[in-house]
Design a protein around this ligand. Structure first.
Ligand SMILES: *Cc1c(COP(=O)(O)O)cnc(C)c1O
Length: 462
């Protein structure tokens, strides 16, 4: 399989180069040149086996099937539930797809456990090593660290804003005892951390010298790995030859729900894709007005969805433009200055209306849904999952089969869940002693030179 940029100005790459590149060098995102047809499997398939089957056509011959099988098996052996992504029934034709049984308790583990292993395999084969640098405001950092902590060819440096993330989130990063993992507490905000990372990537000499790479949500392999559970959910429900199943997805960067769109495009028996947003509702407004309007980010109780612009939407836009990279590049460039992006009624009618529904959800509605789900079904859900459930309620017909993606473990957002229900969710056993583990981090000022000096001192190419 070959990959092309959504902006049409970057070299065509194979899977392994796409994996390592992250962003295309014209600023675009990589997309596969064609969409393979993927058949549904049987209800009792092993998740890791299905993962290898579904991912293999997107890799082609660059990684052997035997190797891919082993990488998938090892990645998903880290999950606490043998099904990896089990379903839980919550009412008639309503299910939760529990994606939080991985090491760091959020759905991002599904992709990042595999990506760490793919990185290590590809780099070892090439005799190369990289330094992954990232900024985090929460879930991504811990999932990325856990994904690469055993990689011999990857050094990881994660920047987080000191005093501005939850204690559980911080400890999930700072208590990982691995020689290749480094956490920096920056005296600044999340935006400062992101600016520092961007500045390091824009410093071409520094970037080349230390083989900098990224694992943020625009990496194609992350989107790809998430396609798997849309297929397996339908298979577990014995719904392959039944009426299509709709999926409701608590959404931030549009990565997870884009994976659902890809699954549908490749043949999964999916009906609608329901996009749940918190007060950061750029996508809901787009579904209402056919126009994207950027707005300032507001903090909510579902912080992993607090985004101003959903960067992965560019991939769908590229499809809506019949894969015209130049047209897509122009729209994105205009959007950056005007903060507006409109699609034509034809594009909206062809690509959006038949597939997508959108719903925004206030913090009060989120809290009420956490309470109602506990009262009616005895199930504790985290605030992100609750946003998905609000969207499910608003956007579906009573008997339509709907799977809502449960993207985080309730114990990860225990304060909000306790406030809503009066019950404090516990962390799973493997994290029960998290609050007493030894922390390791380096405090640095919000200063590029200081951060670069640190990265240089730990990078794999020093
Ligand atoms: C990252 C995250 C999301 C948003 O996912 P996107 O792919 O950015 O849309 C939702 N819920 C949780 C718990 C997350 O960590």
């Amino acid at each position: 399989m070959k990959y092309i940029s959504t902006r049409g100005g970057a070299p065509t790459l194979g899977f392994c180069d796409t994996l390592l590149a992250g962003l295309a060098n014209d600023g675009g995102l990589y997309m596969p040149q064609t969409w393979p047809a993927i058949a549904h499997g049987s209800p009792d398939s092993i998740f890791a086996t299905r993962a290898a089957e579904i991912i293999a056509p997107f890799i082609g011959d660059e990684i052997s099937r035997g190797t891919l099988d082993v990488l998938c098996r090892d990645a998903y052996a880290t999950f606490r539930d043998p099904l990896v992504a089990p379903l839980r029934e919550i009412g008639d034709n309503r299910w939760l797809l529990e994606l939080f049984h991985g090491p760091t308790l959020a759905f991002k583990d599904v992709a990042l456990q595999l990506i760490g292993r793919l990185f290590d395999h590809v780099l070892a084969a090439r005799g190369d090593c990289i330094t992954v640098v990232g900024a985090t405001s929460g879930d991504t950092g811990s999932a990325a660290i856990d994904g690469v902590k055993a990689c011999r060819n990857v050094t990881m440096v994660i920047l987080y804003p000191q005093g501005r993330i939850s204690e559980v989130q911080r400890r999930q990063m700072t208590t990982v005892d691995a020689p290749n993992v480094h956490t920096i507490a920056v005296d600044g905000t999340f935006d400062d951390c992101q600016d520092l990372v961007k500045a390091m990537f824009n410093d071409a000499t520094f970037r080349a010298q230390h083989h900098l790479s990224a694992v943020n949500s625009i990496n194609w392999a992350r989107v790809l790995a998430q396609v798997v559970y849309y297929f397996t959910a339908i298979e577990q429900l014995h719904a392959v030859d039944a009426p299509p199943v709709s999926f409701s997805v608590p959404t931030g960067n549009f990565g997870n729900v884009l994976s659902g769109w890809i699954a549908r495009r490749c043949g999964a028996n999916i009906g609608h894709l329901i996009v749940g947003s918190n007060a950061n509702d750029i996508l809901t407004r787009f579904f209402e007005t056919q126009q994207m309007n950027a707005a300032p980010v507001v903090p909510t109780i579902s912080p992993s969805m607090d985004i101003g612009v959903s960067s992965n939407f560019e991939r769908l836009l590229f499809e809506m433009n019949s894969r015209d990279g130049m047209a897509t590049a122009k729209q994105i460039t205009n959007f950056r200055t005007s903060k507006k992006l409109a699609v034509t009624p034809e594009q909206f009618g062809t690509w959006i209306r038949p597939v997508f529904r959108g719903q925004r959800c206030s913090d009060d509605q989120t809290m009420a849904m956490i309470a109602a789900t506990y009262r009616d079904h005895g199930v504790l859900v985290d605030p992100h999952t609750a946003v998905g459930l609000v969207a499910t309620q608003a956007c579906t017909k009573p008997l339509e089969p709907v799977v809502t993606l449960a993207t985080a473990h309730p114990g990860k957002f225990a304060d909000a869940v306790e406030r809503a229900t009066g019950v404090r969710p516990l962390l799973p056993e493997h994290l029960a002693d998290l609050m007493s583990r030894q922390e390791r981090f380096t405090s640095l000022p919000n200063d590029l030179t200081a951060i670069q000096r640190f990265v240089a001192s730990v990078s794999a190419t020093r």
